[in-house]
Design a protein around this ligand. Structure first.
Ligand code: NAP
Length: 262
């Protein structure tokens, strides 16, 4: 059955690839972008089954656009990255990241589910990260937001069961995909830690960057197909599962780390 699906941060990466796949499967997609300037080219690229408009999730006026939309599925995909040491990071930097990755996605969800309830049901999908399940030095600002989103999704799902209005909630946890997002994440810490000073020595900081770069070279998956398939499964399911993970190898790795108490 064709659904009406809104994706945030659909101008690039996993969001854009998901929009393309959903459109190819016959769904109508509200592909929303961070900036006005991206609208025209994205509309051209996605074609007439996409309705492209600006939705900066931190902007209350933009979020309000969703109040009257008839959407069956909301995919909270938009996110930013910030990294560096928790011992040094300016709390305002961390606050800004939570504002985008957690609070704004939750505020958008609150608006969307009210309309879904009026329409008899719907699905909310949060794109979290396996990084939200692995503590790793200097990546925690981002990882903390994803820990929070995974917890929020699981909790909201339980609330929606209590409410009994047909709202399903799922969380999708990708491993590392080569969209440029992770490289920005690795680089971010070094810019501000070098400029603003740190408890850590330049050698310690450089070693972490080297480790981050090396891990990305080894681990990043080139094509987003496997994670896009999971998001599409969650969006199309009559009763979506709580958690979708890809690639499966990373899902297994995280489980093993848990078993061994890492
Ligand atoms: N790539 C990975 O390995 C990986 C792994 C785990 C989880 N994820 C998650 O997957 C999702 C997509 O990431 P990606 O890899 O596809 O990276 P991406 O291409 O950078 O996607 C993030 C999107 O969010 C948009 N965005 C940022 N702030 C926004 C705001 N305030 N309002 C609306 N849109 C905003 C970005 O727009 P601008 O570029 O214009 O700022 C960008 O289009 C994110 O939630 C990320 O945390 C990715």
């Amino acid at each position: 059955m064709s659904k009406s699906i809104l994706i945030t941060g659909a101008g690039t990466g996993i969001g854009k690839d998901t929009a393309k796949k959903l459109i190819a499967r016959g769904h109508t997609v509200y592909a929303t972008t961070h900036f006005e300037g991206e609208i025209e080219s994205l509309q051209r690229e996605l074609g007439e089954n996409a309705k492209v408009f600006k939705l900066d999730i931190t902007n209350p006026d933009d979020r309000a656009k969703v109040a009257d939309l008839d959407i069956d599925v909301l995919i909270n995909n938009a996110a930013q990255n910030a990294s560096g040491s928790l011992a040094d990071i300016k709390i305002d930097r961390l606050r800004r990241l939570f504002e985008v990755n957690v609070f704004s996605s939750l505020e958008l969800t609150q608006i969307a589910i009210r309309r879904m309830i009026e329409r008899g049901g719907g699905t909310v999908i949060f794109i979290s990260s396996l990084a939200g399940r692995i503590p790793e030095a200097f990546v925690m600002p981002y990882s903390m937001t994803k820990f929070a989103i995974s917890a929020a999704a699981a909790g909201l799902r339980e609330e929606m069961k209590v409410l009994g209005k047909g709202i399903h909630v799922s969380v999708v946890e990708p491993g590392p995909y080569n969209t440029g997002f992770n490289q920005k994440l690795v680089n971010d810490q070094f810019e501000w830690m070098k400029k603003e000073g740190s408890l850590f020595t330049p050698a310690q900081i450089a070693a972490r960057k080297e480790k981050g770069d090396r891990l990305l070279r080894w681990l990043e998956v080139g094509s987003t197909d496997t994670i896009v398939d999971k998001i599409v499964s969650a969006a199309e399911a009559a009763k979506p599962r709580l958690r979708y993970v890809a690639p499966w190898t990373f899902g297994l790795l995280v489980r093993l780390l848990r078993i061994f108490g890492v």
